[in-house]
Unconditional design. Sequence first.
Length: 203
Amino acid sequence: MTVTTQPSYQRRVSFDNVTNIPPAYHSFTLKQSSFGFKKTRRSRTYMVAIDLLEEILDSLSFTLRSLMDEGDEIVVVGVYPQLNNNTEDPKQKAEEIIDWIMKSHQGDKIQMIVELTFGRPEVALEEMIRMYQPSMLIVGSRNKLKYKHAYSGTGIFKYRLKHSSVPIVIVRDKPIIEEKVVPPKRVKKSFSLLNCTYYYTSE
């Protein structure tokens, strides 16, 4: 008989200030960590910006699979354009993201923080960077989207990424480069653009 031991997680802090502060500062914070997690001088903080509307989790999956290690912290930032009656309950959404992380990442003792806010995505992200001072910022960008979402690395947000003091990783499904230098399938490639590094997921 084989017994599978699942790692235990502890809910540390949960802040819900969606209803008691001005609309411009609405937010929800959920923090959870593995039992035995201990932050040290070697611990790193990875900030992952996700699009809540498209629910694209490539950047989050890449971070958990390729970057996270024992004692590290992951901060997931999601921004709703505005708060209205059709907006999904941020507490429920944060819990769904935490549950997804726990199911996707087994083994290492890590800390998880989900920050859901309402407002301009680029402004909210800059505030989160100042607050957490991450070692790296990871964003996702799918080439086949019908439109570019807030954290897709394009337009105004792309300009701000290029001028960020934090190292940036942009995760894409496959490269948009000339045919002569298209990498073969199943091979990961990356290249740098100022302080941005592009990683491509295997297909």
